[in-house]
Design a protein around this ligand. Structure first.
Ligand code: F0G
Length: 460
């Protein structure tokens, strides 16, 4: 634990192995953007200077994780590395069955293959895209019941990821047998990386259980959520992070997990449940597509790295640095008049592109215009979360998304404060010529998930 006498929250690590960044000129980046048809998913990573596309699988592993990799045992069945992994998961999430998967969406696919299906409906605070897609793929429906503040970018609320408890109760009354389970995403990624309070999670669990429904956590960013509980929720200031995590876990009946986030992995995930019958059904599906239940699509060395990562992510020194460094970027942008979702989330800053590029109408994609400008100006890669991602309706028409956001997701332990200062300077330059930026039109797009592959052309 650090003294509290210094203002600067330093990275609680030093650098042991480095990756070079390829420096590029603005002219080279403009050419790369044009080659990619102004879709940043199509830009080669080598041509990106600061990659804030996602915090998923992009973090730096520690010395001790790399050492753990050397212990990886690649036995097909019953590998000791599985038991190290299982024990590390159960230390924080004491569910009876722990089923490894290659990443989060594989766990979702398996869980909803069992629980979903036509006629079923599944509520959550906010389903992440892959969760929603996996539910809808089974012909079930996914519904988001986040509190009203969670949909207002400027509303200051300590737990904007909370579920609207009254709506959940009414929903369970109305839908009855159509509901196989209740989900909670912690932190709420699609809502801006916003946390869920322990009191709210307890309320959700009570309501779900009163209706006889199991509660599952989508717990990708559980440690960041626990830090916010410690900082913001009365009664938790002195609680240890692992205890907060265990308390959250104890309210639910199982979880899906992407280990590419807080468990500090470059790949991995798991599904954990208490119910024996459900676990047996899930394991049968696991064997079909992921692998034997003691490795589930991962190598033994991955399981070892994740077990070690789980011990590191609950460190208070790490979490203090993590949450402060995300807030540092948000504060600097706000200070220069660039509006962001408030308060800053745990893993990302979400810039309000509609406010900054107010001269570009939503269906000319202000978020895309900002993301491309950040890339061309300084090689910073971000991700549009607006009408490109959500504007296309099932009938093929276009409707503006609720918000036009650009997400700056911060990989774990990867960039230093000077990298972030550089990002801030890039924003300052873009802001200086914002009225010169024009919108985009889509010239080619696939039938679904168009943001990954659509081709764009500038309108001016
Ligand atoms: N749930 C949440 C809340 C997520 O943020 C993600 C992934 C998943 C599930 C799926 O996990 O990628 O391992 O299959 N989020 C990434 C992102 C892709 O950029 O936010 P996965």
């Amino acid at each position: 634990m650090a003294d509290d006498v210094f203002r600067t929250v330093i990275e609680p690590f030093r650098i042991h192995s480095v990756e070079p960044l390829k420096m590029t000129t603005a002219a080279q980046r403009r050419a790369a953007a044009e080659r990619a048809a102004y879709n940043l998913f199509q830009v080669d990573a080598i041509d990106v200077l600061i990659d804030l596309l996602t915090d998923s699988g992009t973090g730096a592993m520690s010395r001790d994780q790399w050492a753990a990799i050397q212990r990886g045992d690649e036995s097909y069945a019953g590998s000791p590395s599985f038991f190290v992994f299982r024990d590390a998961v159960q230390n924080l999430f004491p569910y009876r069955h722990v089923i490894p998967t290659h990443q989060g969406r594989a766990a979702e696919k398996i869980l909803f293959s069992v629980l979903g299906g036509r006629g079923r409906v599944i509520p959550s605070n906010t389903h992440f895209d892959t969760t929603r897609a996996n539910i809808e793929f089974t012909a079930a429906l996914a519904h988001d019941l986040v509190i009203a503040e969670g949909l207002d970018p400027r509303a200051e609320h300590p737990f904007k990821g909370n579920m609207d408890l009254a709506r959940l109760d009414a929903y369970l009354h109305e839908q009855g047998d159509a509901v196989p389970c209740v989900m909670m995403t912690i932190t709420n990624n699609s809502g801006g990386g916003q946390p869920v309070s322990m009191a709210n999670l307890r309320g959700v669990a009570e309501i779900a259980h009163a209706h006889g429904k199991p509660l599952f956590l989508d717990a990708c960013r559980f440690a960041e959520n626990a830090w916010f509980v410690k900082m913001r929720e009365p009664g938790y200031a002195d609680a240890a992070i692992p205890d907060i995590v265990r308390e959250m876990a104890g309210l639910a009946d199982g979880m899906t997990m992407s280990a590419k986030k807080d468990p500090m992995g470059n790949i991995g995930g798991w599904l954990a449940v208490n119910d024996d019958e459900l676990a047996a059904q899930c394991r049968n599906l696991l064997i079909l597509t992921e692998g034997f239940p003691t490795y589930g699509g991962l190598a033994g060395r991955d399981l070892e790295a994740l077990a070690q990562g789980l011990t590191e992510v609950v460190s208070e020194d790490y979490l203090r640095y993590r949450i402060r460094s995300t807030g540092y970027l948000a504060d600097a942008l706000e200070a220069m008049g660039i509006e962001c979702i408030k308060p800053a989330g745990g893993h990302a800053v979400y810039v309000d592109a509609r406010a900054l590029l107010s001269h570009i109408p939503p269906l000319e994609f202000p978020g895309q215009a900002l993301a491309v400008a950040l890339y061309e100006t300084g090689g910073v890669r971000s991700c549009e979360i607006g009408s490109v991602m959500f504007g296309r309706q099932p009938d093929g028409s276009e409707k503006p998304a609720a918000m036009e956001l650009v997400r700056l997701a911060i990989p774990r332990r990867t960039y230093t404060q000077s990298h972030i200062d550089y990002v801030i300077e890039v924003f300052d330059q873009v802001r200086g010529r914002v009225s010169d930026l024009g919108g985009y039109r889509i010239v080619e797009e696939p039938p679904a998930l168009r943001h990954f592959t659509a081709k764009f052309a500038p309108l001016t």
